[in-house]
Write a protein that binds this ligand. Structure first.
Ligand code: BG6
Length: 498
């Protein structure tokens, strides 16, 4: 098995949730699968005062909850964690970065590895600028030019708050690093089924010929959650679902479904196609925002038989909040392939179910041979790509029901990830960390595709400010969302795939 590159991984925000929920479970799984070489090490950098031992204890506790390798084998963990260190630090104190620099230098010698460093920004975004400024200082980023080593930066979302702030953050990063050193995480791109969209489209001869406006009627992309805002209320109330889910995850899903075939399966070719695609999204006028974008906020309701509070009643949410917890939009892509075909996107919290899927509906039959079975009665063909849960792909076709009459009913041709491959796909973060260490940027947003997505979303946000305040709450927790979202499709004689 090919081992990953030897490197040091520095985690800023090492005592925080993301580190414990996602980063360490993924790093440990990679270790457990024997991807890491013997010589690598991890340094936690955060404000909380802790020793290495105390830090390691917090990690094993989290692994036993969040890691897919749980319960964690103690000997294995001891081996892994002997490479894990912790530096209690202060983000705006240059001394902390000097200490980090000497620590990395001495450990790199001890482990006999080149000074390959991955800086993982797992802090609140308000600290990004301070960290970037300080990294410039004590040769923490410059040694790379002296030899054959690499420095990579991993940035988590939220990447900016709107177009201008995302631009400012990009400019800040690009003032110190090159684009090919920057890995902007969108964890949806690490999901196996998301990557499968490209395999499905471009590794099969049967689909691509019909993947266009001649055969496809419309596309639906849904990312539905039944959870509420939980402990992330402070962040979420300032963001809303449009920034939290649509600007990043949904725009990425849209790109993968709709891009032209790239010349090669490589980072730049794929990202060039994404840029072309995102540039072709028809911008909204204020009227379009009124007619084609629905926003919602959840009221009290029942999830899994249990009563849950409304959004405004959640801890740390002001009663006056008009933050949207649901958004649905209809958009057009003005290019040769997709001219005239609507794409409907929706995402929300506290909905009836947890599912992320892409549903591609084909046009109705031009003519029906089947007597009384009118064209209206025969359902449209559809391809349903389920990203989660129950990862798989189903193709809905019409088949004759057994019996003496010619009766056509919809049936599914199904591929399920679990039954075909008999294994659980790795967590998205495992795949993404693997690629970061290997230096493959294919599954990461590039400066320009991210900025085009921000431009589109910022247009909506600015439009909302000019429109009358929404009457929130407008959907019950445990429902499919606001009735206006059903009407959005209803007025086109279509319905969501619920
Ligand atoms: C995150 C959002 O990016 O994605 C969360 O900030 C959301 O609000 C989460 O719950 C959904 O991720 P997944 O992998 O559960 O679909």
């Amino acid at each position: 098995m090919n081992k990953l590159n030897s490197c040091a991984i520095v985690i800023f925000g090492a005592s925080g949730d993301l580190t414990h929920l996602k980063i360490f479970p993924a790093l440990f799984s990679l270790w457990d699968e024997k991807f890491f070489p013997e010589n690598f090490f991890i340094v936690g950098f955060a404000r909380t005062k802790m020793t290495d031992e105390e830090f390691r204890k917090t990690i094993i506790q989290s692994l036993n909850i969040y890691c897919r390798k749980k319960p964690v084998d103690e000997e294995d963990f001891a081996d892994f964690s002997s490479r894990v260190y912790y530096l209690p630090s202060s983000y705006n104190d240059p001394e902390s970065y000097k200490t980090l620099n000497s620590f990395i230098n001495s450990k790199a010698k001890e482990y006999n590895i080149p000074k390959n460093i991955i800086y993982y920004f797992a802090t609140p975004p308000s600290l990004y600028t301070i960290i970037i400024e300080n990294l410039k200082g004590p040769s923490l980023v410059s040694d790379v030019y002296k030899g054959n080593c690499f420095i990579r930066i991993v940035v988590e979302k939220p990447f900016g708050y709107d177009y201008d702030s995302a631009q400012a953050l990009n400019n800040k990063l690009l003032s110190v690093f090159n684009e090919n050193q920057i890995y902007r995480i969108d964890h949806y791109l690490g999901k196996e089924t998301v990557q499968n969209i490209l395999a499905f489209r471009f590794a099969n001869a049967v689909f691509e010929p019909v993947w266009n406006n001649k055969y496809i009627d419309h596309v639906q992309i849904s990312a539905l959650e039944s959870i509420g805002v939980g402990v992330r209320a402070g962040y979420f109330d300032g963001a809303g679902i449009i920034r939290d889910m649509v600007q990043n995850h949904m725009m990425q899903l849209l790109s993968l479904v709709a891009i032209e075939p790239p010349a090669l399966f490589d980072a730049d070719d794929i990202r060039n196609e994404k840029v072309k695609l995102l540039k072709s999204i028809r911008p909204y006028s204020l009227n379009d925002i009124k007619d084609s974008v629905v926003r919602g906020q959840y009221d009290r309701g029942f999830i899994g038989g249990k009563q849950v509070v409304s959004y405004k009643e959640e801890n740390n949410i002001p009663l006056s909040s008009i933050t949207e917890t649901y958004a649905a939009l209809k958009l057009y892509i003005d290019n040769y392939r997709w001219a005239g075909i609507p794409f409907y996107l929706r995402s929300g919290k506290r909905l009836k179910t947890y599912k992320t899927e892409i549903a591609i509906y084909f046009k109705k039959l031009p003519h029906s041979l089947f007597g009384k079975e009118t064209i209206e009665k025969i359902e449209q063909n559809a391809i349903i790509i389920t990203i989660q849960p129950n990862e798989g792909i189903a193709i809905k076709i019409g088949a004759k029901s057994p019996g003496f009459k010619m009766q056509i009913n919809p049936v599914n041709l199904e591929f399920s990830y679990k039954s075909s491959f008999k294994l659980t796909p790795p967590d998205a973060y495992e795949r993404l960390l693997y690629d970061i260490i290997e230096g493959d940027q294919t599954l990461f947003a590039r400066y320009d595709d991210m900025m085009i997505a921000w431009q589109f979303i910022t247009g909506i946000i600015k439009g909302w400010l000019k429109l009358p305040e929404p009457g929130f709450p407008n959907y019950e927790a445990g429902s499919w969302g606001p009735k206006e979202a059903d009407e959005l499709l209803g007025k086109d004689n279509r319905a969501w795939n619920n």
